[in-house]
Ligand binder design. Structure first.
Ligand code: MEV
Length: 314
């Protein structure tokens, strides 16, 4: 067992295409966002003290032994120890994150990923992205009810992914044919994934034919977008984002605030724009020519965005 301190990080993420429909077996595309990240540092502690978790930003501190059974931080640690058949080490894990909570940027999955990676490495038995993703998915179920698994996958692999939840063989890692620039704007309002996924599920139960047609149309957009990303047809992605947003409105997961930011981005010359993640609040994203990114950022702030991030997918 290693006794040197270990630090691991994990990026945020955005879904480019296919949110919600992905829960029903349609493909979706997500990319890591390294401008925000979660981190976990594991340091040795005195013998017999057990494992202590410190959530630095939330001012929480508890030992693994006294943690509530459904606490997501403790669950990430417990699952890692179980996976490695290792006893809890005498150590302190300090967890921090710059990813806004409940904003669609994958903060829960990133925090869990950082914990799993750091603890496994501290124990001296690092896990593969597939193994990390599998453990984080178990934690995601606590956060999100019936998640598709896309958040844990894109964050654990740290690569753009084309993801279909029913494919046991794992995600397709996307080769990006030509780099493209995204401006990601936060409404500042929460995006409660669990509630929104349940709302869509209730709608689907009421009117399966209508919802399944919407899911299929979204899936078709994701399939087309995958081809365009791989062939480097960046311009062709814009209209697909617009169409995807229109379908998300029909699913009932957009909001006046998201629509306002999406419209503002389009008026600022974005090639396309849509909400990203579960919806209602959280983030929207706009595809822009790199030279228009600064202007789009300013326009989105003027339109009320709480934070704006720029990232290049390559
Ligand atoms: C949340 O980031 C994306 C959703 O599609 C839910 C999921 O895939 O688990 C809304």
């Amino acid at each position: 067992m290693s006794h040197a301190p270990v630090e691991s990080t994990a990026p945020g993420k955005v879904i480019l295409f296919g949110e919600h429909a992905v829960v029903y077996g349609e493909p979706a595309i997500a990319v890591p966002v390294s401008q925000v990240e979660a981190g976990a540092t594991v340091e040795p502690a005195p013998s017999g003290s057990g494992l202590t978790l410190v959530a630095a930003d939330l001012e929480q501190r508890f030992t693994l032994a006294e943690a509530p059974p459904r606490d997501p931080l403790a669950l990430a640690a417990r699952l890692t120890l179980d996976r490695l058949s290792a006893p809890a080490p005498d150590a302190t894990i300090v967890i921090r994150s710059s990813i806004p909570i409940a904003s669609g940027l994958g903060s829960g999955a990133a925090v869990s990923t950082a914990i799993v990676r750091a603890l496994a490495e501290f124990i001296g038995r690092p896990l593969s992205p597939a193994q990390v993703s599998e453990l984080v998915f178990e934690v995601e179920k606590i956060h999100h009810g019936t998640p598709s698994g896309i958040d844990n996958t894109v964050i654990a692999y740290e690569r753009p992914v084309y993801f279909i939840c029913t494919e046991a063989s794992g995600p397709h890692l996307v080769s990006v044919g030509a780099p493209f620039t995204l401006v990601i704007a936060d409404t500042g309002l929460p995006s409660p994934t669990k509630r929104l996924v349940s709302r869509v599920r209730a709608g689907w139960k009421r009117d399966r034919a209508r919802y399944e047609a919407l899911f299929e149309d979204i899936g078709e957009i994701a399939r087309e977008a995958y081809r365009k990303i791989e062939t480097g047809d960046v311009e062709g992605l814009g209209p697909l984002m617009d169409k995807n947003h229109a379908l998300l409105i029909q699913l009932g997961v957009s909001s006046p605030t998201l629509d306002r930011l999406v419209d503002a981005a389009r008026e600022a010359g974005a090639l396309g724009a849509k909400l990203s993640g579960a919806g209602q609040g959280g983030n929207m994203l706009a595809l822009v020519d790199v030279e228009d990114a600064q202007n789009a950022t300013e326009v989105l702030k003027e339109a009320g965005a709480a934070h704006v991030i720029r990232t290049t997918v390559a």
